[in-house]
Design a protein around this ligand. Structure first.
Ligand code: BDR
Ligand code: CA
Length: 317
């Protein structure tokens, strides 16, 4: 990716511990300019994830308003992930109070405004259900050309996590994902194939804590909390799903990527929300996404530690 000029970013998500850490990485990178934060119901209700988003923005010193998105998926009933992320959706460390009021714009209006006003094409990092992005694509098709890339966390070419076939974000709003995958926009998919390899272990996030800056200590606290539920599920560490959607932009060399035609399955008692990759070329369709499938885990952790260390350097400067 060419970074001669800063890349404008829209962060769309449902924070959520791993969304929050993805946003930490985005905010740490001088090659990005975060233009907006938009929220979508998913890990918790819209009200809760939006409040979390405003507090994360305050923690990161981001001078952006949070624009609230849809409270429910386009058609499906909302599933929240409260068990995993706690009652607030981001349980764990106490966060600073929000510094900005909510935007008077909706998430879709905010995304459209950023795209309309941006001279450079924009990357949308979408780490929750794809509801807002789909609504944008449906209501503003003329803005597709202003989208440099939609970098998503969602789906899985080989498996699901919420059902045997479907990953949480995709199962929450399969119709939205269907619209996105059929929109003809550049799309990158970080599915479970890669994100379940993006694991960080306690001794590694201790190094983050020992950076002793407020952002790093908060990240370590989030990992402490998130690890509790994941341990019950048999994980020794924490799977950092959403950070892959940001780190794969700035460190593509540590990831494996392949282009596939991916179909979003909307029906079937057991298959709704599945991302079906056409490995065999059965559909005869051209690839519609770049799927990120592998990762150098240790380098990934190094990159995360480095990203967290940048906040300390800012304070010393
Ligand atoms: C996805 O679901 C959420 O719990 C996480 O934030 C991530 O976006 C992983 O399936
Ligand atoms: Ca998420």
């Amino acid at each position: 990716m060419n970074y001669e000029k800063k890349i404008p970013l829209i962060l769309d998500g449902d924070p959520g511990h791993d969304d929050a850490i993805a946003w930490v990485i985005a905010a740490s990178d001088p090659r990005f300019e975060i233009k907006a934060i938009t929220t979508v119901a998913g890990n918790q209700t819209l009200a809760k994830v939006s409040e979390n988003a405003r507090k994360i923005a305050a923690l990161l010193g981001l001078d952006v308003e949070v624009a609230k998105g849809r409270e429910v998926p386009l058609i499906a009933d909302l599933i929240t992930g409260g068990d995993y992320h706690g009652t607030t959706g981001l349980d764990g460390p106490v966060l600073p109070d929000p510094q900005h009021p909510y935007s008077s714009l909706s998430a879709v209006e905010m995304m459209a405004k950023v795209l309309q006003e941006s001279e450079e094409p924009v990357i949308i990092v979408a780490t929750g259900p794809q509801t807002n992005v789909a609504a944008l694509l449906l209501t503003h098709p003329e803005l597709k050309e202003k989208i440099r890339l939609i970098s998503t966390m969602g789906g899985g070419l080989r498996n699901g996590n919420w059902t045997s076939t479907a990953e949480f974000n995709l199962l929450n709003d399969p119709e939205a994902a269907y619209i996105e995958y059929h929109a003809g926009v550049p799309l990158q998919m970080c599915g479970l194939d890669v994100t379940e390899q993006a694991v960080i272990y306690p001794e590694e996030w201790q190094k983050i804590r020992e950076l002793h800056n407020p952002v790093a200590e908060t990240v370590a606290g989030w990992l402490d909390f998130f690890s509790i539920k994941l341990k019950e599920l048999g994980w020794d560490g924490v799977t950092l799903h959403d950070p892959c959607a940001v780190l794969s932009l700035v460190h593509p060399e540590i990831f494996t990527m392949n282009d596939y035609y991916v179909e979003i399955v909307l029906d079937g008692e057991y298959t709704r929300g599945m991302t079906m990759a056409d490995y065999k070329g059965t559909t005869k369709n051209k690839p519609n996404c770049r799927a990120v499938t592998g990762i150098d885990r240790e380098k990934f952790v190094e990159c995360l530690i480095e990203a967290c260390s940048r906040f300390g350097k800012e304070e010393q400067a």
